[in-house]
Every structure is written in C-alpha cells, then in structure tokens.
Design a binder for this molecule. Structure first.
Ligand code: TUI
Length: 318
C-alpha cells in the first residue's frame, strides 16, 4: 500500500485520520501514528495553549510523525498557527477555508501542508500556492461539508492537479480504499471509522450513536447558514430543521448550535448534542483499537483487488 505520499509524510501506510474537533486529541493522533498511519490533533475552535499542550502530550505518546488540523473559521487561527511554527509540527491539514496566507511560512519551517478542498477550483489554487497534497473531501463526510460526492470530486481533482490527492468522505473499509485508489487518489482520510476506536476520547454515547446509525441517519442541517453540517439525526437536528423551515435568523441558528459538539463529545449528550459523523456511519458496527482498524484496511485491500482481478482475468468468480 505504499504510495508517494508515504515518503512525503514519512509514514508506512497512506492512511490519514480525519481532524475531528474535540474528538481528535493527542491520544487518538498518537494511536493512529503508532499504527503507522498519520494521526492528527484537531485544533477546532480551541485556544492556542490547548493545541500546544496536545502537541506536547502527543510527543510523549509517540515518536512517529503526526499532524495538526487547523479549522480556519476558528477565532484562534492565527495563534494556533504560531504554535505550529514554534513546535515545528511535521504536517498541517486545514479545513473550512483557504489556508493560502499561511503556506509560505509553513513550508519555510519544513511543515508539509495538505489543505482539505471541496472543489477543483480550490485544489488548483492550493497547488499553485505550494500545497504538498490536497485532501479532496466529498459530501459524504461528517461535520462541515462541501457539495460534491467523493466519487465525482476525486477524479476531477486528480485530473486537475499534479500534486497527490488524498480521498476523504465515505471511507470506512478497504473496499472504499480500493475505490479511492481506482479514482486516482494516493491515500485516504477516515474520520468516523477512527472515532469508533478504543483510543478515541469521545463519550461512549457518541460512539454508540454511530454504531446504532443506519444508512440514512447521518443528515445535513444548516444549509441556509452557508455552513452545512452532517450529524446523526436526533432532537437537535429536528429542532434545527424547524428553525430553518421558519426561516430563522443566522443568530438564532447559531445560538441553537453553540456548544452542542462539546456536549456530545465530552458529556455524551446524544439527544441534544451535535453527533458529527459521515454517511459511512451505517457501516460501522464496532469499536476497536486504531491498530486493528489500520491492519484490517491494509490486509483486506489485497482481497478486494483480487476480487476485481476476476473481471479482468476472465477467471471464474467461484
Ligand atoms: O472542516 C471540515 N469539517 C469540519 S470543520 C468543523 S467545525 C465547524 N462547525 C460548524 C460550522 C463550521 C465549522 C466541523 N467539521 N472539513 C473540511 C472541509 N473544508 N469541508 C469543506 C471545506 C472547505 C469549504 C470551503 C474548504 C475550503 C473552502 O473554501 C472556501 C474558500 O474560502 O475558498
């Protein structure tokens, strides 16, 4: 499963953990990195000193490379970037915006920069501005999402840029890994799958909500705000739908959403908390160590490819 991105990021498998706010702490990042993928600490909306402490903690838990995911809508984004420069974090991924103004400085300290992009236009711009790779994320993903599906976005981004493309959104097992590679991706990013791991600090109610979820339970709210968010259906999403149906103001909608992700992740409020998760939630039915998740992804990939070879080799599929 070696691809060019493994060398760029100094990792064994081209498997990146999604940068999930409140969920992706030093514990999860270190577990994924120790399992030879790339773990990420999510800065989310957290203050810079929290991010710095997580980086320091991660360094006590792993000697492998890990990264920080910077959420560009955060009020602390500039301070978080200062911490990243100071700590010389090896890899930065970004979400929910254009990281252009930070790229030059990140490159000057040797940090690899992988922006998450929801479109061909942003992917091309990121390549021009010096990104090392792009993470093209389809609308199947959890949390803040773009419009295009992974199936349509990946090949279009692959054709538009010369830097490696990592596929994200809807990836939960090795069938999707092979599909992503078939579309031209050099690697994959998984969020929801790693959330349901032993090392993830999210409350067990959060993990159980994902395990219980069926195929159509990860729905989108907030389209009217310009920041659509995919979460597991619950009382919060129904209240949100009601507000959106009566064309409530952005302020009212923001008030309803405030603190809800934290309530779900830390306190286990599965009813009125924001259970961000991707559409692949319906496929995920267990909690296991990150090491097992990665080994299964890697080991089953050959079986999937052999199954596909049947179509080409003219062999019987018995
Ligand atoms: O960022 C994510 N997922 C997230 S961030 C988050 S915290 C949050 N909560 C509520 C509202 C907003 C954020 C929860 N989940 N994924 C990566 C991602 N990036 N998805 C879409 C984008 C994106 C969108 C527009 C990236 C760039 C972009 O560019 C706009 C521009 O400025 O050109």
């Amino acid at each position: 499963m070696k691809t060019s991105i493994c060398k760029t990021l100094n990792i064994t498998y081209p498997i990146i953990q999604g940068g999930m706010a409140w969920v992706a702490t030093a514990e999860l990042a270190a577990a994924v990195s120790n399992a030879e993928g790339l773990g990420l600490i999510a800065a989310g909306n957290a203050p810079a000193d929290w991010v710095e402490n997580e980086i320091i903690k991660a360094r006590t838990l792993t000697d492998k490379p890990f990264g920080v995911n910077v959420m560009l809508l955060s009020p602390f984004v500039d301070e978080v970037m200062e911490v990243i420069y100071r700590q010389k974090v090896p890899v930065v991924t970004t979400g929910a915006g254009n990281p252009g103004k930070y790229i030059e400085k990140l490159k000057s300290i040797g940090t690899k920069i992988l922006p998450v992009v929801p479109s061909v236009a942003l992917a091309k711009r990121m390549e021009k501005e010096g990104a090392d790779a792009v993470i093209a994320e389809g609308t199947e993903a959890g949390g803040h999402i773009g419009e295009l599906t992974t199936m349509t976005l990946i090949p279009q981004v692959v054709d538009a840029v010369d830097i490696p493309v990592i596929a994200a959104g809807g990836i939960g097992d090795s069938r999707a890994v092979v599909a992503a590679m078939a579309l031209g991706a050099q690697g994959v990013q998984l969020g929801t799958r790693f959330l349901c791991s032993n090392e993830c600090i999210a409350h067990e109610n959060y993990k159980n909500a994902i395990i219980k979820a069926k195929d159509r339970d990860a729905i989108v709210t907030g389209r009217s705000t310009g920041h659509p968010v995919r979460t597991i259906k619950n009382k919060l999403t129904r209240d949100f739908d009601k507000l959106e149906a009566r064309k409530a103001s952005i302020e009212e909608l923001e008030k309803l959403g405030k603190g809800r992700l934290q309530a779900a992740v830390l306190e286990g409020d599965a009813k009125e908390g924001s259970i961000m998760a991707g559409q692949i939630a319906g496929l995920i039915c267990d909690i296991k160590p990150c090491h097992d998740i990665i080994q299964e992804l890697v080991n089953n990939t050959c079986d999937v490819i052999n199954r596909i070879n049947v179509f080409c080799g003219g062999k019987d599929d018995e």
